[in-house]
Design a protein around this ligand. Structure first.
Ligand SMILES: [Zn+2]
Length: 302
């Protein structure tokens, strides 16, 4: 089967033809020009799709909150103006008369990792990405658990510090205010304002900067607090960690050391691994969802 996979991100729209084995060909990349707004982004995505021939179905991974059953963007922030409310599924199905599946990009990446990446062989997984915020996805029986409206898995807004820092969601003390890369940078800049990204922070860390090492250690504790809570809720086989800063082996090693000391013994049969697929995870996940839906093997109960 030839599956057209499209990954609409904040800066680039990636596209490719995938097959049911997870092999990708004809990978292309175009700028999203997100600031031009949802209708312009849809126009670009349709033009990109017209550049491919002979596909059987379409899988779309996209930024924003998605209702995957209806294929609608239920919420997108100001990074893509007027994207909220876009019926992506309908737009593509009317244009191409092919089954189209739409899912949030974090969820697509999780499905991609589950089938072809770090989660191969595992059934129940949590995927968590640490960056500007903290993104999450719940994989149960190798497909996304979306909850009542397809929105489950917002681990970034677990409240880990009641009365803590104000979060963009309106609450105080959310996990992402403490465990994101943004949070690490905020703390590091209190020591040295020139340390404005993770790479610079780790350069200092490798030089043995004691203050920075303490900040990194506290930040890893923040990551682990949230993970321990999630392990006790979901009892997963595996946790897949994403985010550029995880390229530092110290972080993955420390998370692994600390997490097993804090979870109850009976929950400790799980693996913590790093995401493997990098920039093709979303495309592969979108292709799996489209392919499995096409053959009736992907259920959406919500
Ligand atoms: Zn929040």
């Amino acid at each position: 089967m030839r599956i057209l996979a499209i990954d609409i991100g904040g800066t680039a729209i990636k596209s490719a033809i995938a097959n049911e084995k997870g092999e990708i060909t004809d990978l292309r990349e175009h700028p999203t020009n997100a600031k031009e707004g949802g209708p312009a982004v849809m126009k670009t995505a349709l033009e990109i799709a017209h550049g491919y021939e002979d596909f059987d179905c379409i899988g779309i991974s996209t930024t924003g909150q998605v209702d995957p059953k209806r294929g609608i963007i239920v919420y997108a922030n100001e990074n893509v103006p007027n994207y909220t409310g876009t019926n992506v599924k309908q737009i593509f199905e009317q244009e191409f008369h092919k089954l189209t599946c739409v899912e949030n990009d974090v969820n697509c990446a999780a499905v991609g990792e589950t089938h072809y990446g770090a989660g191969r062989g595992l059934r129940d997984l949590l995927c968590i990405t640490y960056g500007t915020g903290v993104g999450g996805a719940i994989v149960i029986n190798r497909q996304i658990y979306g909850g009542a409206h397809g929105l489950a898995g917002e681990f970034g807004h677990l409240i880990t510090h009641p009365n803590g820092r104000q979060c963009g969601c309106g609450q105080h003390g959310c996990y992402e205010q403490y465990a994101s890369t943004t949070a690490l940078v905020r703390e590091a800049r209190k020591v040295d304002p020139s340390l404005y990204n993770g790479r610079l922070i780790f350069e200092e860390w490798h030089k043995g900067n004691t203050a920075i090492r303490m900040i990194v250690d506290d930040w890893i504790d923040e990551i682990v607090f949230g993970l321990v809570t999630l392990v006790h809720i979901f009892n997963p086989n595996g946790i897949i960690l994403g985010g550029g800063i995880l390229a530092e082996p110290y972080i993955e090693n420390e998370i692994n050391k600390r997490i097993y000391k804090r979870v109850m013994q009976s929950y400790s049969d799980f693996r913590v691994v790093k995401a493997e697929l990098k920039n093709t995870a979303g495309l592969l996940g979108a292709s799996v969802i489209a392919f499995k839906t096409k053959i009736g093997m992907y259920e959406r109960e919500y």
